[in-house]
Design a protein around this ligand. Sequence first.
Ligand SMILES: NC(=O)c1ccc[n+]([C@@H]2O[C@H](COP(=O)([O-])OP(=O)(O)OC[C@H]3O[C@@H](n4cnc5c(N)ncnc54)[C@H](OP(=O)(O)O)[C@@H]3O)[C@@H](O)[C@H]2O)c1
Length: 240
Amino acid sequence: MTSNLSGKKVVIIGGTAGIGLATAIAAAEQGAQVWAAGRSEANLEKARAASNGKFELRQADTHDAEALEAIFREVGKIDHLVSAAVGGERTLKPFLEQTEEQFKAAYDKLWGYAKVVRTGAPYLADDGAITLVSGSPARKIKPGQSPLSCVGASVENLVRCLAVEMAPVRVNVVSPGTIDTAMFDWMGDEKADKLSAMTSSHLIPRAGSSEEVAEGLLFVMNNKFVTGTTVDVDGGRILS
Ligand SMILES: NC(=O)c1ccc[n+]([C@@H]2O[C@H](COP(=O)([O-])OP(=O)(O)OC[C@H]3O[C@@H](n4cnc5c(N)ncnc54)[C@H](OP(=O)(O)O)[C@@H]3O)[C@@H](O)[C@H]2O)c1
């Protein structure tokens, strides 16, 4: 299959680490012109090294419309607008043990994604596409994950709403399972063991890689007959 990304302009907010960075690398390998953005200089620096000069890096927060707009203006007509940013707190506690603020803070991810879409939409090509990232807790309910579940489900529903309202622009979402990224670096030296334990009951009993999830993003970006869809790249987590 030939790539549709050759010569396309791709902007990835949350593209300086993990899934977003793997998507930036894969899109650039397919011949796209890529701009990847994130907040911290530390991640930008690492991504610059990983980019091998093959794509552009910019600083932006999903909540900062001015910084986003500066990137979009520079790019001009955007073929693919992607957000893979974390963008919100991840409180892992039963609902009744969370503060109201902790529960609300998870929704920063949704508000950030909404800002990326609202700010980027005027720059999208007529046959452009938007791709967001949710997460398996949206449909795999486990105790202590209500913030992740609720915000993930909201991202997936926003995608369906946007697909209907913005057609023929295509809008899709990829839902990762447990993926070995910096999101779990807080586990320190126990990260590998903890990820093994977390995934031992999954149909594919291991953590996934950023590159495997990036393949899911590239699929919905490339396939012109796919819109309003959630693609699970989760090792069967939601069935386990
Ligand atoms: N890893 C998993 O197991 C997993 C599971 C389910 C869902 N997900 C979802 O997958 C997406 C990517 O996660 P990941 O695991 O690849 O995380 P990651 O390795 O921590 O990378 C996150 C990227 O987003 C950027 N970012 C975070 N907040 C941002 C903001 N407010 N504005 C702009 N950029 C921001 C980060 O850079 P800066 O911090 O420097 O800004 C980084 O480039 C997230 O939406 C996450 O919720 C991940």
